[in-house]
Design a protein around this ligand. Structure first.
Ligand SMILES: [Zn+2]
Length: 286
């Protein structure tokens, strides 16, 4: 039995997604190429728009790619993507063009028209929907200590749910791209601080994770508690995390979220507490 085990999202990538409203906009390099947003950008834009509560048109953004690159350099630093206030432009390394959390991060800059990474936008409203690592976490700054009276609970007591978007992924929708959103809701009548189990490695505790099961094995990945905010829930608060997938032609799985033809069950968890119901869908070849 083949076991596909994808690497956990443990390391903090050196290359992050960022924007800076004050960065000088240089004359576009000859290597920059304008591109039309692919269909999945409509889905990703709607997710960034919904979590941010901001309005804006995807087509108000000018999209550029630097072909053949894994990173771009802005003011001496490497990034996978960068938003420029002037002209509302987003420049992506080619390797990042279909990186959902990274692209949604840049979209959030465009929707908020702000370069700095405010905690309220990048870690609270849109936490788990957009990537926030490195410079983004630094900008957000640490949370103040929790209220000493806050009630500490185990993660198993939360309400966990899994939703696919579209509900029935298909090659004819968004070129086969789709998302799995895992949500965790505080069911108690008061604020809580969730005590996550320690990770099985040297990294921070696992927050949201998935395990996608199919007849030939499974694929899994997880997010980690890089920021304390992910463990603090207000009354009735729901937190979410979005995992990105796409339908591929080859059987089995690919490390970037590609799933070949077959039937898959999407299991999701927060802090080791699993959703009681898991969507099962059949993915068909083109
Ligand atoms: Zn950013």
């Amino acid at each position: 039995m083949a076991i596909a085990k994808w690497s956990a999202l443990l390391s903090v990538p050196l290359l992050t997604a960022c924007g800076d409203a004050t960065a000088p906009v240089r004359r576009p390099s000859p290597r920059l190429e304008r591109f039309a947003p692919p269909p999945v950008y409509d889905l990703w834009w709607s997710m960034a728009r919904d979590c941010s509560g901001r309005n804006g048109s995807l087509h108000g953004v000018a999209w550029y790619v630097v072909p053949g690159t894994r990173s771009i350099v802005v003011n001496g630093k490497s990034y996978k993507g960068y938003w420029y206030a002037l002209g509302n432009r987003i420049v992506l390394a080619e390797a990042a063009v279909l990186d959902g959390s990274l692209v949604r991060h840049e979209m959030l800059h465009a929707l908020t028209s702000r370069g700095p990474h405010g905690r309220s936008d990048f870690l609270e409203r849109c936490g788990g929907v957009v990537s926030c690592e490195g410079e983004c976490l630094d900008d957000a700054g640490p949370l103040p200590p929790p209220d000493p009276g806050i009630v500490r609970v185990k993660s198993q007591g939360l309400d966990i749910d899994v939703v696919l978007n579209p509900q029935t992924p298909s090659r004819s929708l968004f070129d086969g791209h789709f998302t799995m959103t895992v949500t965790a809701r505080n069911p108690y009548g008061h604020a809580i601080l969730v005590e996550l189990p320690p990770a099985g490695d040297a990294g921070p505790s696992v927050t949201f994770e998935y395990r996608v099961e199919f007849s030939g094995g499974y694929a899994q990945s997880n997010g980690r508690s890089w920021d304390d905010g992910v463990t603090r829930f207000a009354v009735a608060e729901t937190k979410q995390y979005v995992f990105d997938f796409r339908i591929i032609d080859a059987p089995g799985t690919a490390s970037d979220g590609g799933l070949g033809p077959g039937t898959y069950t999407f299991r999701g968890a927060y802090g080791g507490g699993w959703a009681p119901v898991s969507p099962t869908v059949k993915l068909s070849p083109p």
